[in-house]
Design a protein around this ligand. Structure first.
Ligand SMILES: Cc1cc2nc3c(=O)[nH]c(=O)nc-3n(C[C@H](O)[C@H](O)[C@H](O)COP(=O)(O)O)c2cc1C
Length: 210
């Protein structure tokens, strides 16, 4: 199947088949796809929390405007951004870069300084938007990878971030949920996935400047 066929196949699933579970191996592929997402400066200012516990998923429905996908899906991925974005995020990146590429690289020192300067130019609201934008790139990558594997998902902003933070004990980790992705397999009764996709016509979507 081509990538476009997979993207046409995917749909924001409202009704999951509660009897079907995504395998551990497939979950790892999806998480790896998320981790491979490019991010600004490579800083990855977010984490993915994976919820598989059925009771917890059920409780989270109340913090998701009663949307049943959260409980019915096999797993729930929660994309949560870092709440404190400062020099430490750069230090952690440099430490990891040294692990992967070796220590003492001049280029890393220059990079570290320029990234710390970049972080220092942002106010709190800008940091929030910046971090959230990075999380959404990973969200897209995970959805595309899932579609290729014929695993269903539903991107959802319909959540109360503070409640999620509390219920998943994320405050102590200084993480704020921004978007969630229930994953699993569509029910035969899902209506949305059987409907024609609504998208802009090409000429209303693309502007060509020659
Ligand atoms: C960032 C984002 C947030 C969304 N939030 C919700 C949501 O809370 N609940 C829901 O049922 N669908 C949600 N959707 C799904 C969209 O309504 C859906 O993607 C859109 O109508 C296009 O349909 P398709 O994804 O099936 O092609 C969200 C989609 C995105 C990308």
């Amino acid at each position: 199947m081509s990538l476009l066929e997979s993207l046409k196949w995917r749909s924001a699933i409202k009704k999951f088949d509660t009897s079907k579970k995504v395998s551990k191996e497939d979950i790892e592929v999806l998480l790896t796809a998320g981790n491979l997402a490019p991010t600004s400066g490579g800083l990855q200012p977010f984490k993915i929390i994976i919820v598989s516990n059925d009771d917890l998923k059920k409780k989270l429905v109340a913090a998701s405007y009663e949307q049943p996908q959260v409980a019915d899906a096999s797993h729930l991925l929660v994309f949560a951004i870092e709440q404190e974005i400062d020099e430490e995020i750069v230090n952690r990146y440099i430490k990891r870069a040294e692990e992967v590429r070796g220590k003492g690289k001049e280029s890393l020192i220059a990079y570290s300084e320029s990234m710390k300067y970049f972080i220092s130019t942002m106010d709190e609201a800008t940091k929030y938007t910046w971090a959230k934008s990075q999380a959404y790139i990973a969200l897209g990558m995970v959805m595309a990878a899932a579609a290729e594997m014929r695993i269903d998902s539903c991107p959802m902003e319909g959540l109360v971030p503070d409640k999620y933070q509390e219920m998943l004990d994320l405050k102590s980790k200084k993480l704020m949920p921004v978007v969630i992705l229930p994953i699993g397999y569509r029910s035969e009764n899902d209506v949305h996935s059987k409907e024609e996709k609504i998208r802009k016509i090409r000429d209303n979507f693309v502007i060509e400047i020659k």
